[in-house]
Design a protein around this ligand. Structure first.
Ligand code: A2P
Length: 291
């Protein structure tokens, strides 16, 4: 399997990242340390995860040169107004104790300050936010920019097109059409909740096909799943704060074509799985933020 995917900038983004959403501030440092020792070179974080300072310290402690570790962060909903972008980015850079991010994403396709209704205009067309991000790339504070949903962004005269689109992708929600579209447009998909997300992981890891493939290849169910994601051409971001799982999830290898197809078919033909989040995510939206 490829160790990296290449973005339009030419930068190589490591195929497997440690996800740190819901990693508590007292456990995330250890998780990052274990991951870097196991060979991970990509940490998928965000301002809203409230653990960036701990992530930054663990990266520093590793002694690895900065350019060997890929750091991703995300611009929170409350900072989409152009004047709020650079201060939000600066706060993240300070917390991570770094001069630049390898990748900065618009976290959700939603401009909304806490306690206020959402800003419809900026949500419907986030081009002013995007232009500010383009400016941050020009300033050297960010290397690559992307989104976690595309919305209407592609209709604008973009100087820099999104390098990635980070969305939920897992056995229960494999998004084959979006994946096909992304490949046609040279856009890398990043799979969050790749094991199914909190609460559904057990269901994923007990899927008969996944276990049969694992038994045949001498791999654990989680390794079958992380490998399948990379083989599909998506960047995989498993979250764990458990040392043995962090190490386990990184041991990926190619599935023979026939077994890959068996898993792909199972994932894309099972009955729809109940959705985890309400479509408006409780944010008072009049659109489905996941579609
Ligand atoms: P923990 O962090 O306590 O180790 P996802 O990345 O799909 O959102 O899944 C994250 C969840 O899956 C977390 O609850 C994490 O638990 C758990 N998890 C991560 N890796 C494994 C694994 N290899 N086996 C079982 N559970 C795992």
């Amino acid at each position: 399997l490829p160790a990296h995917f290449t973005l339009p900038s030419g930068d190589k983004i490591p195929s497997v990242a440690l996800g740190v959403w819901q990693a508590k501030s007292n456990e995330v440092g250890n998780a990052v340390t274990v991951a870097l020792q196991a060979g991970y070179r990509h940490i998928d974080g965000a301002w809203i995860y409230r653990n960036e300072a701990e992530v930054g310290k663990a990266v520093q402690r590793s002694g690895l040169p900065r350019e060997q570790v890929w750091l991703t962060s995300k611009l929170w909903n409350s900072f989409h107004a152009p004047e709020d972008v650079e201060p939000a980015l600066d706060e993240t850079l300070t917390k991570l104790d770094t001069e630049y991010l390898d990748l900065y994403l618009i976290h959700w396709p939603l401009a909304r300050k806490d306690g206020q209704p959402y800003d419809k205009e900026l949500t419907e067309n986030p081009y002013p936010t995007w232009q500010k991000l383009e400016e941050m790339v020009a300033k050297g504070k960010i290397r690559n920019i992307g989104v976690s949903k595309l919305e209407n962004l592609f209709t604008n005269p973009l100087k820099i097109r999104p390098a990635v689109n980070q969305v939920e992708i897992n056995y229960w929600f494999p998004q084959p059409n979006l994946l096909k579209w992304a490949k046609e447009h040279g856009l890398l998909l990043q799979a969050y909740s790749p094991l199914g997300g909190t609460g559904k992981v057990k269901d994923t890891l007990t899927v008969p096909e996944i276990n049969e493939i694992g038994d045949e290849l001498g791999m654990t169910p989680a390794q079958v799943v992380t490998s399948w994601h990379i083989q599909r051409g998506t960047n995989v971001l498993p979250k764990s704060v458990t040392s043995s799982r962090i190490i386990e999830n990184f041991q990926v290898r190619a599935l023979p074509d026939e077994l890959f197809s068996k898993l792909e078919t199972a994932a894309t033909t099972h009955k729809p799985y109940p959705r985890f989040n309400p479509s408006n995510k409780g944010w008072g939206l009049d659109f489905d933020i996941f579609e």
